[in-house]
Design a protein around this ligand. Structure first.
Ligand code: 13P
Length: 210
């Protein structure tokens, strides 16, 4: 996809996320890989009101080379691109249910949300670990996220929110949406006797749909 199309698509997807309440205020940030660098949402921008011409342009080393100054979470995004050759885009949200799951202390921090539905597994994968809390914008989160991102397409930042990668911008947004729905189901079903997908069913989904 050409850069102009990617700029337009990023704005369209961000507006859609904002309109449906996946982000509020200036929360959240989105990036997409280009052949020679990255596009990223500017810091303090509202996902509902982005200007395609003012998106931050970063070079391959994540230096700011055009547009408005980038998200303070550039380290969060860099962690995924560095750890996962298949990551073509990264979406960070403060979506309510996923953030609620990231605040729970009595869960398996290695994989708190069980495989309840096929699309959660297909989009988010086998593992969604919780990364310990870091102040927003703290560069120290980069190695902590990268260590998990080698074996996880997405993470939950403790007391902060989800970070999701995808092969394409659309894939990353779809995965962020499925994660939020899975977190809603997880919270709604807490304490209930649930039937999760079996390991064999999870293997089958990942073998069939990647
Ligand atoms: P930015 O406005 O710098 O992208 O930060 C928003 C955010 O979601 C912090 O985690």
């Amino acid at each position: 996809m050409e850069e102009a199309e990617l700029r337009a698509l990023l704005v369209t997807l961000a507006v859609s996320l904002f309109a449906r309440g996946y982000s509020v205020g200036s929360a959240g940030n989105i990036s997409v890989r280009l052949p020679d660098g990255y596009l990223m949402t500017p810091t303090n921008s509202c996902l509902g009101r982005l200007d395609p011409a003012r998106l931050s342009r970063l070079d391959a080393e994540f230096a700011h080379v055009g547009g408005d100054p980038p998200s303070k979470e550039v380290f969060m995004h860099r962690a995924f691109y560095g750890a996962r050759a298949d990551a073509g885009a990264v979406v960070h949200l403060h979506s309510t249910a996923a953030t609620a799951a990231a605040c729970l202390s009595n869960v398996d921090a290695d994989n708190p949300i069980p495989p309840l539905t096929p699309y959660f597994v297909m989009r988010v994968g086998r593992r969604l670990p919780i990364v310990p809390y870091y102040r927003p914008g703290d560069a120290a989160m980069e190695p902590a996220i990268a260590a998990e991102a080698r074996t996880a397409r997405a993470v939950l930042l403790a007391n902060h929110g989800p970070v999701v990668s995808g092969r394409t911008l659309t894939d990353a947004v779809y995965a962020a949406e499925e994660l939020e729905e899975a977190a809603k189901l997880f919270l709604a079903l807490r304490g209930a006797a649930v039937r999760t997908l079996s390991p064999a069913q999870v293997d089958d989904l990942l073998a069939t749909f990647g």
